[in-house]
Write a protein that binds this ligand. Structure first.
Ligand code: WTA
Length: 637
């Protein structure tokens, strides 16, 4: 086996590493894994089958991911900044943690968790704004082997209750409130409402962010600042974990109504987030990395926390939104903190595009070296705008394709090392063998083919199960096509072997980079007592990528007006969260169904897109007349 560096520096090195990773995976990954701190090395690199599935990486190894993210850097570069926090309000003070300070804070928080009774293997739900304490709490769980389940701060009380219940979580960590733009959001009150719906939580730890009045239940709730004062500030040795022990659960939407708890484990996830961070962004020691995602999503887990910190980078945590106090905020932050790597989402890029050049006035952006995109397909116009404006026409842009389930990036160019092609994620990372299949599961070989994207072999960062329901994991990802992991995405491969992700092929929407299941939204709408039935589809949206279009049948005796429309929006906000609110609601008398009662979503998608002429054959429908009726009302919506 040839020698190649951990960080790929040339196209030739990429080709060597890629070939080695597929031909000799054990040697390849054990070479990569040598770059981490272990309590015990592995007996076996990989053991797997996709049938059950059973995927085990670095079996026999023992480690703690926080020693790799904190202790080793605190020992060699204690004064290097680990976290820089930029508050929502630009006039508020920046907070900075060196590696030594972050290690200390994580240990202290871990002691608080221990004092609360949290044990290894317990599930801890974290529902917080983007404050340093969110990072600290998450890492503190990992320090003591508790399984964190971070819930994005935009989800509703019902969504929290469902996740708490599914994970049987005994502890919640939250904030009194969160600042977002000019809003202050009462997170603790939402948690209180959620906990009325489940019995599983014993203790709630509350970080005080805004200091506004906040109800506390003395028998259950503790203030973070008080609890931190009560524990020792001494070093806390990390709990030694087995390679395949669970590190975290992260809930994500699928094609059924109920979100799944994607499970990642300690060793493989650590190796994958580090390797992909260092290679895709071409990280050099000392660089400042600004990932604009929320830690409530996988992008924040992997590329605010575990990837950058395990690499010893300075990770910037931003509490606010790109347009507050104005649309130049990202650029202000890049200058203020000398950001080197900016990683954001196409939806943010498209929204900033609409503000023109004004927000760039007076900004230097001289520190920027690499630009990244994630979360949804990036259209060519947005790609070029991003490179032209933020990258002054020259910086490399990496279009990184991956999923909650994949743990880290699977397909992407490597910044400045492998070629870019606008709107293409381009080439697979070492270890990743993409396969395109048609509906019947036939493999589509060669250039210029489109199909459903699958991955043929396991990689260290892939999901291991869905929490509490392994069968669900199997049927969702491993049963559609034999011996393949199915991503749910459509994809084309061009004449150079570059991959272009074309979007979901299942009933999952991608709205502003957030994954939302159509069935989840339908369930929420159907909860309204005046709704008989509904069907939800996506349609192209200039800024959000996809918008949500809901067809609703209301009970016949009721007037379908704006009041009901507002009630439906409220119901969705209450059941899922504001991120899932339909952009358009069309009241209809019937839905296009086959004789067996299946809703023909293809037709509904075409109508939502305004492509009335492309609807095609409707003769197999139970009642073809319904289509014409829907079109007429859609035209006047
Ligand atoms: C989509 C986010 C095109 C895709 C990391 C995937 C993308 C889903 C890209 C996962 C990209 C993510 N180009 N599409 N670069 N990145 N997607 O789980 O449809 O929130 O299946 O993970 O986002 O969303 P998730």
């Amino acid at each position: 086996m040839k020698h190649y560096p951990y960080q790929i520096g040339t196209m030739a090195e990429y080709q060597t590493a890629y070939a080695e990773s597929l031909n000799y995976p054990d040697q390849f990954w054990s070479g990569i894994a040598e770059n981490f701190v272990w309590h015990r090395k592995w007996d076996k690199v990989l053991d797997w089958n996709f049938k059950e599935p059973a995927i085990r990486w670095f079996e026999g190894a023992q480690l703690n991911i926080t020693e790799n993210c904190l202790d080793r850097h605190a020992a060699t570069a204690p004064d290097r900044l680990a976290l820089v926090w930029e508050p929502n309000h630009p006039q508020e003070a920046v907070r900075r943690y060196t590696y030594a300070e972050l290690l200390q804070a994580v240990n202290q928080c871990a002691r608080v968790l221990l004092a609360m009774g949290v044990q290894k293997g317990d599930r801890v739900c974290i529902y917080m704004g983007m404050v340093p304490e969110l990072a600290i709490a998450t890492l503190a769980c990992a320090r003591i082997g508790a399984i964190h389940s971070v819930i994005f701060g935009g989800f509703s009380a019902q969504s929290i209750a469902d996740r708490v219940e599914d994970a049987q979580a005994s502890f919640v960590i939250t904030c009194d409130r969160a600042y977002r733009g000019n809003k202050s959001i009462p997170l603790k009150a939402v948690v209180d409402e959620a906990l009325l719906k489940t019995e599983s939580v014993k203790k709630v730890l509350v970080y005080q962010r805004t200091g506004e009045a906040c109800a506390m239940d003395a028998s259950r709730d503790l203030w973070w600042h008080e609890a931190m004062e009560r524990v020792s500030t001494d070093f806390l040795p990390a709990t030694v974990m087995d390679a395949e022990d669970m590190l975290f659960i992260l809930y994500t939407s699928g094609s059924t109504g109920k979100p799944k708890g994607v499970v990642h484990t300690c060793a493989g996830y650590m190796v994958w987030t580090n390797y992909t961070f260092v290679n895709v962004f071409q990280y050099r020691p000392g660089q400042v990395h600004f990932c604009t995602a929320d830690i409530g999503w996988i992008t924040g887990h992997s590329y605010i926390l575990y990837g950058p910190l395990s690499a010893g980078a300075t990770s910037l945590l931003f509490e606010g939104i790109p347009t507050y106090p104005d649309a130049g905020r990202f650029w202000d932050i890049c200058d203020k903190h000398s950001v080197n790597i900016l990683y954001t989402a196409p939806t943010a890029i498209r929204s900033l595009m609409s503000f023109g050049d004004g927000p760039f006035e007076g900004k230097s952006l001289n520190s920027l070296e690499v630009l990244g995109s994630v979360g949804e397909p990036i259209n060519e116009e947005a790609w070029h705008w991003y490179q032209d404006k933020a990258g002054k026409g020259t910086l490399p842009v990496v279009d990184t394709w991956w999923q909650t389930e994949t743990g880290g990036i699977l397909i992407s160019n490597l910044a400045g090392v492998t070629p870019a092609k606008p709107s293409f994620a381009t080439l697979p990372l070492p270890g990743i063998e993409p396969v395109l299949v048609d509906e019947q599961g036939n493999r589509l070989e060669g250039p210029n083919v489109s199909g459903n994207l699958c991955i043929a072999k396991p990689w260290p960062g892939m999901l291991r199960t869905t929490y509490g329901d392994h069968e669900r994991c199997r049927t969702n990802y491993f049963s559609a096509y034999k011996d393949l992991y199915f991503t749910g995405d459509g994809c084309l491969r061009d004449e150079n072997g570059f991959y272009r992700i074309t979007g979901r092929v299942d009933d999952v929407l991608n709205v502003s980079g957030h994954r939302i299941g159509t069935a989840e939204v339908e369930n929420a709408i159907n909860l309204h007592h005046e709704v008989v039935e509904s069907a939800v589809v996506g349609y192209p949206h200039d800024i959000k990528g996809q918008g949500i279009f809901a067809y609703v049948i209301a009970s016949s005796d009721i007037k379908t007006d704006d009041v009901l429309r507002q009630h439906i929006l409220n119901a969705v906000t209450k059941t899922i969260g504001a991120i899932a609110k339909p952009d358009k609601i069309l009241f209809v008398k019937g839905l296009p169904k086959t004789r067996s009662g299946k809703i023909m979503r293809r037709i509904l998608r075409k109508i939502a897109e305004g492509e009335y002429a492309a609807i095609g054959d409707t003769t197999t429908l139970l009642d073809p007349a319904v289509v014409e009726e829907i079109i007429q009302s859609a035209k006047v919506l």
